[in-house]
Ligand binder design. Structure first.
Ligand SMILES: Nc1ncnc2c1ncn2[C@@H]1O[C@H](COP(=O)(O)OP(=O)(O)OP(=O)(O)O)[C@@H](O)[C@H]1O
Ligand SMILES: [Mg+2]
Length: 228
């Protein structure tokens, strides 16, 4: 589903070069739920952003759903990003001036051929699934953190993406809300979605089928999750 081959990422400023990613190769198969763990600054977010085509690698190749992404121009990449990838962020990234349902609909407005009424229907069904039907006309500031993240999950799913990339999706949540979010992600995975997730927490990683450990820009250990 997603393959990274010899990815490197160097951030250059006038004073220094940072090798944020140093020759990382990995493959995530369709239907897998994989987590990436590792200390702060080891390159987890950078790697996820590269995998999600939000950031360009300095070197290496990305193969997404059989397509070598490096062969595409910016427009082609944007189109793949919008159709095949769903993002979930630690700080939700909801748009504060839009209602919850309008936030969920937003990714569909970049698509041709999806009518407004179809979009509304789809968003309503997803908000129902994440338990937010009663809050869909509220604004993000009127929701709790856990509710905002559930809205963000509905938004990530609205385009029916092939793969979900989640960067510390429970990082801003208490343990009860974290468990709820993980339960939702597990349900999504059980229904066939491929998920690659960054987390700091052993407890959260325990919900996933495979754990990759990162240190200093490379993957040091890749292990099947023994507790599953
Ligand atoms: N835009 C940037 N410019 C320069 N350096 C950057 C940039 N983004 C990240 N870095 C550096 O790249 C390295 C990896 O950063 P990254 O955000 O990927 O770490 P992380 O593992 O996600 O950390 P955390 O767990 O704290 O979120 C760090 O040393 C960071 O300072
Ligand atoms: Mg990070």
């Amino acid at each position: 589903m997603l393959e990274l081959r010899h990815i490197t990422k160097v951030f250059r400023t006038r004073e220094m070069e940072t090798y944020a990613i140093d020759d990382v190769s990995l493959a995530v198969r369709k239907g897998e739920f994989v987590s990436i763990m590792g200390p702060s600054g080891c390159g987890k977010s950078t790697l996820l952003n590269i995998a999600g085509l939000l950031d360009e690698p300095t070197g290496g190749e990305i193969i997404l759903d059989g397509q070598n992404v490096e062969e595409l121009d910016d427009k082609g990449k944007a189109s793949i990003r919008n159709s095949k990838i769903g993002f979930i962020f630690q700080s939700f990234h909801l748009i504060s001036s839009l209602s919850i349902i309008d936030n969920v609909i937003l990714p569909l407005t970049f698509r041709n051929g999806v009518s407004h009424s179809r979009s509304v229907q789809k968003a309503e069904a997803l908000l129902e699934k994440v338990g937010l039907s009663h809050r869909m006309h509220h604004f993000p500031a009127q929701l709790s953190g856990g509710q905002c993240q559930r809205a963000a999950i509905a938004r990530a799913l609205v385009t029916d993406p092939e793969i979900i990339l989640a960067d510390e999706p429970t990082g801003n949540l208490d343990s009860r809300n974290s468990e709820e979010i993980m339960h939702l992600l597990e349900t999504m995975n059980a229904s066939g979605k491929t998920i690659l997730m960054v987390t700091h927490s052993d407890e959260i990683a325990r919900h996933t089928g495979r754990i990759l450990m990162m240190t200093d820009g490379h993957i040091s250990v890749s292990s099947k999750n023994a507790s599953l």
